[in-house]
Write a protein that binds this ligand. Structure first.
Ligand SMILES: Cc1ncc(COP(=O)(O)O)c(C=O)c1O
Length: 433
């Protein structure tokens, strides 16, 4: 018995249409959907004229007139045609197999829906608010600093979060068995910043048997490297700011989830809280989508090369990169990801001082890369999680998750691998002078 009215119906459809033996859409099809058939116009309008009073009233009832999504031609806070194009493309990348098998089974009701939001954080916040109420509890793995602090903020509304190591499935199992108040499980995999993986398939089996939705933040992997619906996830979130945009030119996020949850719960939060992206930002993200597969492939190849060389470097204590056989979750990576992705974390010998010097080296104008947070850009970014992205996580929890003072995160970009390796070698040399 679930705390969520929509859950049983969704599980029925998920079992029929979402789970597949193939873990990924073919690269060819992915590329074709991403490229599309031409970018949409930028519809820079806040409101849309109705044909007559009945047309306006119908649209407020959510009647979809000519294939557009319900509520999409009323007022941009509720939906906008440029954003709708992006929603459709993102939805296809993650869920085309669900659409195809539902149509083949002559399923009449929509199964799944998408909402693009003004940031990854607004996607996470709105989804959570649509799922929990005061008195509920949440299980959360190791996550991005602001996601972590958002869940801590919810305590003031009497929503308690259990932060657990979700790389150990038994931790999730024990909590679900002991605690009937759990209303959602939230995972990031690979997680931020140490690239540990959680087993989506195993955790989804558990959450499903307890009637609890599993939400996966797929920002690091993108649907090109990991397709959580095929593994049993119920709701998938991404910060589009990162790989989908690909050039650090806008902030946005997306939620994809069961139709009933999206239309009856999330949409109400979305329309009333107003986390609406600008049409121009949606257009930038639609443009980014056209090259997503190429950029993610290249960043993954470069990251693998750099991580392999870094692992052998005398000044490097430890490299975290899931495609390296030394990574604790390497076998799981081969099972649930297409490639290792573009992020590497690096523990230097002697802690903070050399780490600081290495990052300051990349802050210079004469070196490739930048000292900057965010990730998934054409430019390589170096940053210090303990004092930057994860500074809001209490120190004790940070250390448990391996976020030490000597840890540096690298978001590998699209520069030449030799140029970047030469710069890293020189940066490491200068860090230890
Ligand atoms: C894994 C992950 N999820 C969510 C977010 C939040 O996304 P945004 O910055 O678009 O709000 C980030 C941002 O760094 C992230 O790394």
């Amino acid at each position: 018995m679930s705390r969520h009215s929509w859950f049983a119906n969704w599980v029925d459809r998920k079992m029929k249409y979402a789970l597949t033996p193939e873990k990924f859409m073919s690269a060819d099809r992915f590329a074709s959907i991403g490229v599309g058939i031409g970018l949409p116009n930028i519809v820079q309008k806040s409101t849309f004229s109705f044909r007559n009073v009945k047309d306006g009233a119908d649209r407020f009832l959510g009647v979809s007139k000519s294939g557009e999504r319900p509520f999409a031609r009323i007022y941009t806070r509720l939906g906008n045609p440029t954003t709708e194009y992006l929603e459709k493309a993102l939805f296809q990348l993650d869920c085309q197999h669900i659409i195809d098998s539902a149509l083949a089974a002559d399923e009449r009701k929509p199964t799944i829906a998408t909402l693009v939001c003004s940031s990854g954080m607004s996607a996470i916040a709105c989804t959570t608010m649509a799922l929990v109420k005061s008195g509920d509890e949440i299980i959360c793995g190791s996550v991005y600093g602001c996601t972590d602090s958002f869940f801590r903020t919810l305590e003031k509304f009497q929503v308690k979060t259990h932060f657990v190591d979700t790389t150990r499935v038994e931790n999730v199992k024990n909590l679900l068995e002991q605690n009937p108040k759990i209303a959602m499980v939230f995972l990031e995999t690979p997680d931020n910043p140490t690239l540990r993986l959680s087993d989506i398939e195993a955790i989804a089996t558990l959450t499903q048997s307890h009637g609890v939705p599993l939400i996966v933040d797929n920002t690091f992997a993108t649907p090109y490297l990991q397709q959580p619906f095929r593994l049993g996830a119920d709701i998938v979130i991404q910060s589009l700011t990162k790989y989908v945009n690909g050039h650090s030119t806008s902030v946005a996020g997306v939620v994809i989830g069961p139709w009933e949850f999206m239309s009856e719960h999330l949409f109400h939060i979305y329309k009333d809280f107003g986390p609406t992206p600008s049409p121009f930002d949606s257009w930038l993200n639609a443009q980014g989508l056209q090259t997503l597969h190429l950029r993610v492939e290249r960043a993954s190849a470069t990251a693998f090369d750099l991580a392999s060389r870094l692992e052998k470097h005398e000044r490097v204590e430890r490299v975290y990169y899931p495609a390296l056989p030394s990574h604790p979750d390497h076998e799981l990576m081969k099972k649930q990801m297409r490639l290792g992705g573009g992020i590497i974390a690096l523990e230097l010998k002697d802690g903070y001082e050399p780490a600081r010097r290495l990052m300051d080296y990349f802050a210079g104008y004469t070196t490739p890369g930048e000292l900057a947070v965010s990730l998934g850009s054409a430019v390589t970014y170096f940053q210090h999680p303990a004092s930057m992205t994860h500074s809001g996580v209490p120190e004790e929890d940070r250390l448990k998750r391996g976020i030490t003072q000597g840890l540096v995160r690298i978001s590998v970009g699209l520069e030449g691998v030799e140029t970047m390796w030469n710069a890293i070698e020189e940066g490491l040399r200068q860090a230890y002078i």
